[in-house]
Structures are given as C-alpha cells and as structure tokens.
Write a protein that binds this ligand. Structure first.
Ligand SMILES: [Zn+2]
Ligand SMILES: [Zn+2]
Length: 764
C-alpha cells in the first residue's frame, strides 16, 4: 500500500488568475522545500502542499504575505489530509469547477514593461500593447470565462513563436499572460481615415496635439478626448465642443515629477496614483501651480492620473524629437450624458466632430470602463467613480447569504451590481440614464456581465422612483422586481462595504431620491437594518418649484426657501440679494403658492444649491454639484484663513436633536442681508448642519440603543461636511462607518440594492 503523508490543501479565493499567481506559488514552494501541486480551478486556485511543519508554516505565511501585488486574496481555506507522496512541485493545467467567479480587473502597465517599452534592445521596443502576467487589459477584453486568450479580443492575433515560447515558459514574466504579444504579432495603432500607422501615427498625433488640436484616443475601456493641458485655447475649445463650461477636466501627466511640481502629493497618494489601478486621483493644487485654472475652474483640487497603457506612455515620450507637453487633458470620449465611446463606429458617430484626429487601434474593447476617480480621506481611499482597475472586484459580506440578484442601480452615475451569495460584483460605471444610448449600454453590459458571472437575471432590484429609466429596464429584464427606497439603498451600500450588518443610524445626505411617501427626499436620518428601515428624521421640508430647472438653478430653491420660511420678507430679500428679476420672482412665488409644478423636498443637495445662491456664490449649476461645490470651497477658503482664531458660532439651536434647517436658513438669510462675511456664513452652514446631524443621531441613539452611524449619499463627497460630521460623531462616542472603495454617491447604491435583494430573497 502506498505511503500516505500529511498534506495541506489550500483553496485560495479572490483575484488569483491572470496575475501570475501560479508561478508565484511554484516559486515559494521551491523556496520552502514544499512538494505538491497548484491547480487553477476556475473559481479558485487549489494548492496541495507537503513538507516539514516548519516549512509548511513558512510557505503558508508567504502565500498571504508575498502574493503578487495584483492578486487580491479574499479568503484562504485550509484542510489537512493524508495523501501519497509528491516528489516535486508542479503546476497543473486548468480544471474548472463551478463556484464563485473572480474576473480580474484591468491592470496598469507595470514598471518592468515600461522599461522594456523604451529599451531599444528589447524586442517589444515601442510596442503599444506590451503587457505581462502582472499587467495589461483583462475585464475590458473578455468575452467569456475561463479567462483564456481565445475568449478575449486577442483571439484575432495568434502568438508568434517568440511570444509563444514566453507564454509557456515558467521562468518568463509572460508565463500564461493571455494578452501577450509583440511588434510581430500584436495589434496595431493607426489614425482613423488615413494610412498612418504605428509610430508614424503616434508622431502625427503628438504634433497635432502640440499645435493645439484635439485628439480622440482609444484606450483600455473606451475613447478619451485629449488636448494639451497647458494650451488655454485648446482647453477652451474642448469645453465649447463638449458643452462643458465649468465641470473639471481630468489630466494625465507624463510622470510623478510633474505631479509633484503642480500638486501636493503624499506618500499614500503616490501609492494610489502610481499603483496597479492608476485611477484619477483628486489632489490639492500647489499654491504655485503653473497649470491654467480653466482645467478645473475655481477648484482647489485637480483630477490627475499617470499613463496606464503603453500607448499613453508613448504619446508622452515617443522618441521622435517632437517637443511634447507634460500634461494632457484626458476626458471621457462621449457626448455629454452618453456613455464613453467603445467602438470606432461610436467614435465616428458621436465624437468625431469634437476632435481633429482619431488615434485608434484594432484590439477590440468588449466592456466599457471609464477611468476610476477617487480621493484620499484620512489616508484612506474615498471613491468617486468606481470603474477601470476596480470593477469587477467583488465586495464580500460575512453572512451565509444565498441567491443571485441583479441590482440595476440608480438613474445618475449608474453602475449595476450582481450579487451571488456573499459576493457583490459592481460593474464599471456606465453613466446617466436620461440618454437612450446609456440605456442601451446598460442592457448590453448586464448581458455580458451576467454571462461572465454565470448569473441568471431572474430577480432584479430597482429604485422606487416611477420615472427612472432604470426602474423600467429592471422590469424589462425580469418580471420579478423588488423595489427599494433610494436613501435606504445608500445606507445599505455603506453597511455592505464595511461588512457591518447590525442595525445602524443611517445618515443619508444626498441630492434627490424618491421617498416612500411620494415626496422628494435627500437629507435623511434613518434607522436601518438589512431587512427594513424607519425614517427617523429629516431636514425641514421646502418647496422645490420648476421641475428639472430647480436642480440646475439654485436661485429657484433659494426663493422657495425664502417663501416658505420668511414669507413676509421673501420678495424684498430676493430683490436685495439679486436672486432673480422681479418678474421671475412673481412667477416663482405664484407657482409655489398655487402648488404648480412644485414638489415638497427634503433634498440636502438642493439646500446646498439654495444656500449657495442665497450667499451670492453660485446662482446656477452647469453640472451636478457645481453650486454646492462652490459653496464648499468658499467655506474651506474662509476656514483656512481663520482657523487659528475661529470666531464663535452660536449653535444652541442646532443641539436640539431635530434637523432645524429652517432656522438655519433664516439665520443665514438675515445675516446675509446684514452684510455678514459670506465665507463665514458658508462655513457656519456646514458647521451647523454637522451639529444638527450629530444631535439627531444622539437622539436616535437614546431611542434605539444603536451606537453606529453609516454615512452615505452624494453630499458626503463634500469633504468639509464629511469631516465635520465624522469628528463630531466620534466626539459623541459613535462608531462611524464611511465608504472607501464604493462611492457615497449614486454610483454606489446598486451595492445596497443588491444586499437588500439577497438578504430578503424570500420576498421575491
Ligand atoms: Zn507588465
Ligand atoms: Zn509576438
């Protein structure tokens, strides 16, 4: 009978495929004298290990501690068994099992590949598609699972002999790298509608950009529109063409030195900026920043990213002698409101009139993925748009949940989510749903994504809003639809991300969402659990007149607030503060009094707009959050200038445990009329709102015994409000849950929807 010895089987879950995980296991096995095998099981990697107890322990430690940077281990399960003796350690080919599925996200070009890209002696010198086991496109080229070349857009490019050799050699950096290719066998770049290809095409594009032209450039998850970030005329022209007068543009800088020169860059920020996801990172501009303000008008921060694809690196540093800029505007290549262009046909139809040249290539993009956008808060990531590099890494919740659901997400910043048992896969950002193209993109993405995850879409969750396109799409996709209130979904999203499913006090500070009572909600304190919620309190209601216009024109909100809270003085104040013409005032006043095209609202986002107009900071918004951001910046500027000698702010009325935003607004209006400093008032507004939120949470705690607050909603992208709330809540002994890698804005609600669906699967 065969001799059996103690063996340990490790099942490793997470992103462990397409990231060089098996060669890594092989390497540490040799280092620790371990024999056995490693097998790719499709949904996990299985390792069988034999060795001395000490060697096994060291091997186990190395598995977790030394895993490749790109691997994302979610769980390691161990089992001790008796097996026949293995003489050596070997890598076995894939033997797929069914189970949890981990699709690798796209990975930014690694430093070694970058080095080879610019090394004249390397056979991939200046190859626009260089990649390796540790970097390159993944999700965006995937057609089906398991992840193998023939199921990606690389299937049209058979490997040459040299590439094949690397692909099969364990010692190579390209062992098992599915998109591997080179100058001989890989895809090619070209200028659409011309015969310029390869390096000539790149040089032409560089020349035109330096002449102030605009280029559409095909990237990893879609097209960008690019121009020289230092050329004010070019940036202005792009703003005009995109109908985007003020919304900040993201920039791509050639290297870290340029970023350091223009922005404040902490070590932590650098690790994200230059990490394997390479998101757009919001960084504070330096006081001597030399970039034009028009990139992000009036904004103390700038969205910055580094080149993350070889073509982008070549754009900056192609050795053709062209003097090139260190900063490119790199904005999503789309028509405002529509999703990012994915194919050349999209680009021709939608953005060719915005640009002078289209630099494209023949590697197809299968799934759209915009650039992710994040900032740091307290040295932790704070996501604004979760997409390329992060999607579709799952969020795991430690509850024995069972079932599959599709959560369709919200109407703005849509990103849907598929839940399978304990795992929640949030898809890349798609966009705003008023545009019919976004609706189509959403349906396409759901189809591909659900196929990849082997999920039947027979249970869907949507928002309660009867007018949302997403509500309709959820119904089209399945007849089994569960609906959930918008702000409750925000809070559940924060709970899921923090893996905290006990009851919480949910603080949802948001734009607008449809309330359970048919009014517009937005500034809500909820008592929430995964199965139900109760509306504990909310900000003081006010009339929101003029339908959609109210969300763009904050002066309408300001007048509505005056009409409601200071009816005697409203007309006089509106005139004195130049909120609108007397004709406009009369019309709006009549609309409100007669309840025409007017809804009751507790939207804190709109309250910010109204206060911004009241204080004369921004009368209108040219994009979502415009006026509210200007208010935040004014408050921030005032605070920075006065923080060493802060004047007292009377907050007695804010400590009463109710959200007395009516009293707050009345005070601001009266003081503004008296001519009190606008910066001081802007700061007071933030401070007193945070005080009221905290006082309400204290009251909610005394009634519910819940001591944990979850903060979510788009208004918590306001860093001053977030910081003031968090500080004050901590001071009052609360545990505070914040978002990190899932957005606090509507881009994050699908996670909350999905949690609700799986947790309450019996309700379908
Ligand atoms: Zn690489
Ligand atoms: Zn090749």
């Amino acid at each position: 009978m065969a001799n059996l010895v103690k063996s340990i089987i490790y099942n490793i879950y997470g992103v462990v495929q397409g990231v060089g995980f098996r060669p890594f296991v092989h390497r540490i096995a040799l280092a620790h004298r371990i024999t056995g095998k490693v097998i790719n099981r499709g949904s996990f990697v299985e390792v069988v290990a034999q060795g001395s107890d000490e060697d096994l322990q060291n091997f186990r430690n190395a598995l977790a501690a030394e895993a490749p940077e790109r691997a994302n281990i979610v769980d390691i399960k161990e089992q001790v068994v008796e097996l026949e003796v293995f003489e050596e350690f070997s890598i076995l080919e894939s033997q797929a099992d069914k189970g949890a599925i981990f699709i690798p996200p796209d990975i930014a070009t690694c430093h070694q590949c970058r080095k080879e890209l610019f090394d004249p002696a390397d056979r991939r010198y200046l190859h626009s598609f260089i990649n390796c086991t540790a970097c390159g496109p993944r999700l965006t080229i995937l057609e089906a699972l398991p992840y193998d070349r023939e199921r990606t857009s690389m299937k049209h490019f058979p490997m040459c002999q040299a590439c094949e050799k690397e692909y099969y050699s364990l010692a190579s950096r390209r062992y098992d790298a599915q998109p591997v290719c080179c100058n001989d066998c890989g895809p090619e770049v070209y200028i659409l509608g011309s015969n310029l290809r390869g390096g000539t095409a790149i040089t032409e594009c560089r020349k035109l950009l330096m002449q102030g032209k605009i280029a559409a450039i095909k990237g990893i998850g879609g097209f960008h529109l690019a121009c020289d970030g230092r050329n004010i005329e070019a940036v202005n022209r792009l703003r005009e063409l995109k109908h985007r007068p003020r919304k900040p543009f993201a920039v791509m800088m050639n290297n870290v030195d340029t970023v350091r020169k223009e922005c404040i860059l902490s070590e932590k920020a650098l690790s994200w900026l230059d990490g394997c996801e390479k998101p757009i990172l919001l960084l504070a501009k330096k006081s001597d920043c030399t970039l034009p303000d028009i990139l992000a008008p009036g904004n103390p921060t700038l969205g910055v990213m580094l080149p993350y694809a070889p073509l982008q690196m070549l754009l900056f540093d192609y050795p053709d002698g062209v003097e090139f800029t260190d900063t490119l505007v790199m904005t999503s290549g789309n028509v405002s409101g529509a999703p990012i262009c994915r194919t050349e046909e999209d680009a021709w139809q939608e953005i060719s009139s915005f640009c002078d040249i289209i630099l494209s290539h023949n590697r197809d993009i299968r799934l759209r993925a915009d650039d992710s956008v994040m900032r740091l808060y307290n040295n932790e990531p704070y996501m604004i748009r979760r997409s390329r590099g992060f999607a579709p890494l799952p969020i795991k919740v430690d509850l024995p949940l069972k079932g599959e659901v599709l959560a369709i997400g919200g109407e703005l910043k849509n990103a849907f989510c598929i839940a399978k048992d304990q795992l929640f896969y949030i898809a890349p950002h798609i966009g705003d749903m008023e545009d019919v193209r976004s609706n189509e993109a959403l349906k396409d993405s759901v189809k591909l994504f659900s196929e990849l995850l082997e999920c039947k879409v027979d249970r869907t969750i949507s928002d309660m809003h009867p007018g949302y396109h997403t509500t309709g799409i959820a119904g089209e996709l399945s007849s089994n639809v569960l609906k959930i209130q918008h702000h409750y979904a925000h809070i559940l999203s924060c709970m899921a991300e923090n893996n905290y499913l006990e009851p919480v006090i949910g603080v949802a500070m948001d734009g607008t969402g449809y309330g359970s009572d048919g009014t517009i909600w937005g500034g809500e304190i909820l008592l929430a659990s995964p199965d139900k919620f109760e509306r504990f309190t909310h900000i003081a209601p006010f009339p929101q007149a003029g339908g959609d216009a109210a969300s763009r024109e904050g002066w309408r909100i300001a007048v509505g607030l005056l009409e409601k809270y200071l009816p005697e003085q409203a007309g006089k104040y509106a005139e004195k503060l130049d909120l609108c013409s007397s004709v406009e005032y009369k019309m709006l006043s009549a609309m409100i009094k007669n309840n025409i095209n007017t809804v009751v609202s507790t939207s804190v986002g709109r309250l910010f707009d109204g206060v911004s107009a009241l204080l004369g900071i921004a009368r209108n918004s040219t994009f979502e959050g415009d006026a509210a951001m200007s208010l935040e910046f004014a408050a921030q500027r005032w605070y920075e200038a006065n923080k060493d000698d802060l004047p007292g702010i009377d907050s007695s009325f804010a400590e009463k445990g109710i959200m007395a935003t009516d009293e707050l607004f009345i005070r601001l209006a009266n003081e503004r009329i008296k001519g009190v400093d606008v910066g001081f008032l802007a700061y007071s507004f933030h401070k007193l709102l945070a005080d009221m939120i905290t006082a309400s949470c204290v009251q909610a705690r005394s009634l519910s015994n819940v001591n944990v607050c979850a903060l979510s909603g788009g208004s918590f992208q306001n860093m001053l409000l977030l910081d003031l709330c968090r500080e004050k809540l901590l001071k009052n002994g609360f545990r505070v849950l914040l978002h990190k890698l899932v957005p606090a804005n509507d881009g994050g609600i699908s996670l909350g929807q999905a949690l609700y669906g799986v947790y309450n699967i019996k309700q379908f």
